[in-house]
Design a binder for this molecule. Structure first.
Ligand code: AVI
Length: 346
């Protein structure tokens, strides 16, 4: 596996540790959310087009977010524990890159597990803006974080960060301009974008983070067997997460998907260096949405997610052509996962 040519200063962790935290309670978020009508519109379009495909952002209602938290604790799902170990091991180096008094923005904050690890190392961060599409999940986690860090301004923003959205006004800097923003995008969520979408996201992030930078976690290309196991866990949690797309549609949109008639199907596609997740019809059937009937033949698929994997140099090249200067990168000894510090050139 070729992840780090000698010219790239990759820091290697001596060991890996797996520890996860969860939290829940309440706090009032600003909202710019994807609404049920967005979901209805996008599912209608998904069922109509061939091949059928829906954005993975619709996984994350309250039930889906809870299932994703369980995925992160699975023995097969190495990304979370590996990235947490990198944050623990290299937090100080990351904090040096980020600098003191940071105005932090996290894209897809979830349960705030990872920012908690980073906060242990950061020098006097001033504000934290967690952005997440799952408002209820966001609110609980934000309130718990605020309770534990009373000196930090926690300002949750319920938003779909795949679309344009406004951030709170930048923080003033002792009368001289405003504090540069620092983005945090862990978990390799960028991998859920196509390369074109990833480039677009990075360009928008570079503009939002003008004068600052982005700390981003990226899953690496590796043995397909390791990837296959991570997306086909023995307990079936990933299958339940995938099927929650249909369960959510039944709950929110009144569709009549038979959840027992679809299989979770996930595989690694090495040509594109990506996991593909699908829901495959076990038998011929039909489903209703908005007064229309949609037919599935046995074996028909609804594609629900890509999860792209990168090489270190491939990701740095993408960042460099998308408004960032790639600076430090940290990897675990097995080269499963990487965390990158990118400086915005905007
Ligand atoms: C959120 N995202 C980075 C996860 C991934 O690995 O692509 C979502 C996921 N899908 C199945 N398992 C986890």
């Amino acid at each position: 596996m070729n992840v780090s040519p000698p010219s790239i200063p990759v820091r290697m962790a001596p060991d890996l540790r797996a520890q996860l935290l969860g939290s829940a309670h309440a706090c009032a978020p600003t909202t710019a959310m994807a609404t049920p009508s967005d979901f209805a519109h996008d599912l209608l379009a998904a069922l109509t087009r061939r091949p059928r495909s829906i954005s993975p952002k619709y996984f994350y209602d309250t039930a889906g977010s809870a299932l994703f938290d369980r995925i992160c604790e699975l023995p097969e799902y190495y990304p979370t524990r590996t990235e947490l170990a990198l944050l623990d091991t290299f937090g100080r180096e990351m904090a040096e890159c980020i600098g003191a008094g940071a105005d932090l923005v996290e894209f897809g904050a979830g349960s705030n597990v990872k920012i908690r690890r980073l906060l242990r190392a950061l020098h006097a961060p001033r504000r934290f803006i967690p952005i997440d599409i799952s408002a209820e999940h966001l609110m609980g986690a934000a309130q718990a974080l605020q309770d534990d860090h009373p000196g930090l301004q926690v300002r949750p923003l319920a938003a779909d960060f795949t679309r344009p959205f406004d951030l709170p006004t930048p923080l003033p800097l002792n009368g001289h301009g405003t504090a540069p923003r620092v983005g945090f995008f862990p978990g390799s969520s960028l991998g859920n974008f196509t390369p074109v979408e990833a480039r677009g996201f990075l360009r928008r992030a570079s503009a939002l983070l003008r004068g600052g930078g982005l700390l981003i976690g990226i899953d690496l290309v590796k043995d397909p067997a390791v990837l296959h196991a991570a997306y086909n866990d023995a307990q079936g949690v990933t299958a339940a997460f995938n099927l929650n797309m249909l369960a959510r549609a039944n709950r929110e949109l009144g569709t009549d998907f038979d959840l027992t008639a679809f299989d979770h199907y996930a595989f690694y596609q090495p040509v594109h260096q990506r996991i593909e997740m699908h829901l495959v019809a076990r038998r011929a059937q039909h489903v209703h949405l908005a007064g229309r009937r949609f037919d599935f033949a046995a074996g028909d698929s609804l594609h629900t997610e890509y999860s792209y994997k990168y090489t270190v140099e491939g990701f740095r090249a993408l960042a460099a052509e998308s408004g960032f200067v790639p600076e430090a990168v940290w990897c675990d000894p097995q080269r499963l996962f990487s965390v990158h510090w990118l400086r915005s050139t905007a």
